[in-house]
Design a protein around this ligand. Structure first.
Ligand SMILES: Cc1ncc(COP(=O)(O)O)c(C=O)c1O
Length: 373
């Protein structure tokens, strides 16, 4: 994005802006990649939570998505989406809302990783003879949610789900969030391979006890940006962040910095020569604290200014100083703008009630994300 684009001058800052052409390109690359591999792409909506970006990621089908909240599920259902997977360990307080979504949509899926959650489903049979469509969450060494793939308890839970009346065991879902600890393609591919192998071996063990015909899904933006050939044996993948990408993904090796579709625009609001610092109108309420300022340039990359660092933030203020040496204040008059490339696009997007979307140097749209749980 050109820092000097006309449209940015009129924007009230801090502003979250999306380069439509870059987002479309990222989405098209992922769609094409998995179409060629013969694997269904079920994109995750958590990064942007908007209708417009969902349409881009699904290629306009309005089918086959993952959500992380029921607010997202209802929002997409209201806009004619179907085949929606709520990929979050089923919380007891949300069973009734999930039941209503199952009864309202042709295909609404839930996910669980424990027996008590299964009992909750049993206690709330669906109307019209519908079955709860359930994915079991498998932990393939990511170490967050899921039954550990190597534990006998995993096969046992799968068997329990498949034998429960009113419920259909539909698929096995493993998330390889451990790719976020990788540096470079080789490490990403190693985790993608390990997760795929663990999941496929688990599917074989299921077959051996008579449970077959299930879907299998892994994914994260790093692993789906560099898929290994064995991923072609999976039914689905579920990345989400790739439509925006961010500085973190570029450091992991999922993308180039040029592939990052989003920016935070911010203005210089103060000069403090006695401490060699500028003040900008973006604090953690505009960027989030994600990353903890770990970059050599602090909390974000300041586009076109590798010599500057966003060194600290309070809620609405950010302090900018040179990486080294004295600051040339004349170069950054009050009111001048910086374009910040966020460390983590999902966390930064969460801070905004509206995104300004641009193409070819003009604002072409505003997107309103859904919020809440
Ligand atoms: C359960 C689950 N599935 C899919 C995704 C999408 O992965 P990514 O953000 O790496 O694209 C996430 C992201 O956190 C997730 O938690």
């Amino acid at each position: 994005m050109a820092d000097t684009a006309e449209f940015i001058k009129d924007l009230c800052t801090p502003a979250f802006v999306v380069d439509l052409d870059v987002a479309k390109r990222n989405a098209a690359v992922m769609l094409d990649r998995f179409q060629k591999l013969g694997v269904q792409l079920r994109p995750h909506m958590k990064t942007h939570k908007t209708l417009e970006c969902a349409d881009i990621m699904t290629g306009g089908s309005r089918r086959c998505i993952v959500v992380s909240t029921l607010a997202e599920a209802s929002f997409y259902a209201d806009h004619g989406y179907d085949d929606v997977l709520y990929a979050y360990p089923l919380p007891r307080d949300k069973v009734q809302r999930c039941a209503e979504l199952c009864e309202r949509m042709a295909l609404f899926h839930v996910l669980l990783d424990n027996g008590p959650a299964l009992q909750e489903l049993k206690r709330r049979p669906l109307k019209q003879g519908k079955l709860w469509r359930v994915w079991m969450k498998l932990d393939c060494d990511n170490g967050r949610a899921g039954v550990l793939h190597s534990e006998p308890a995993a096969l046992q839970l799968a068997r329990e789900i498949s034998e429960t009346t009113g419920v259909e065991l539909y698929g096995i879902y493993a998330h390889c969030g451990n790719t976020y600890g990788c540096k470079g393609r080789e490490q990403i591919e190693a985790i993608a391979q390990e997760t795929t192998t663990n999941l496929l071996q688990f599917m074989e063990r299921l077959k051996a006890i008579g449970i077959q015909g299930l879907k299998s899904s892994i994914g994260s933006t790093p692993s789906c940006s560099h898929p290994v050939p064995d991923m072609a044996m999976l039914s689905e993948v579920h990345p989400g962040n790739y439509v925006f990408y961010d500085v973190q993904q570029s450091l992991i090796g999922s993308c180039r910095l040029e592939d990052v579709a989003v920016r935070v625009l911010t203005r210089v609001i103060g000069h403090y020569p006695h401490r060699n610092q500028l003040l900008v109108d973006s604090g953690w309420a505009a960027l989030s604290q994600d990353g903890g300022g770990c970059l050599p340039t602090g909390y974000a990359v300041i586009q076109g200014h590798p010599e500057l660092k966003l060194t600290s933030m309070t809620q609405e203020h950010g302090r900018v100083e040179p990486v080294s040496g004295p600051l040339d204040f004349g170069q950054f008059p009050l009111g001048s703008m910086f374009s910040l490339i966020p460390y983590h696009a999902c966390a930064t997007a969460m801070m905004y009630p509206v995104y300004s979307v641009h193409s070819q140097g003009k604002i072409v749209s505003t997107w309103k994300p859904v919020r809440g749980w």
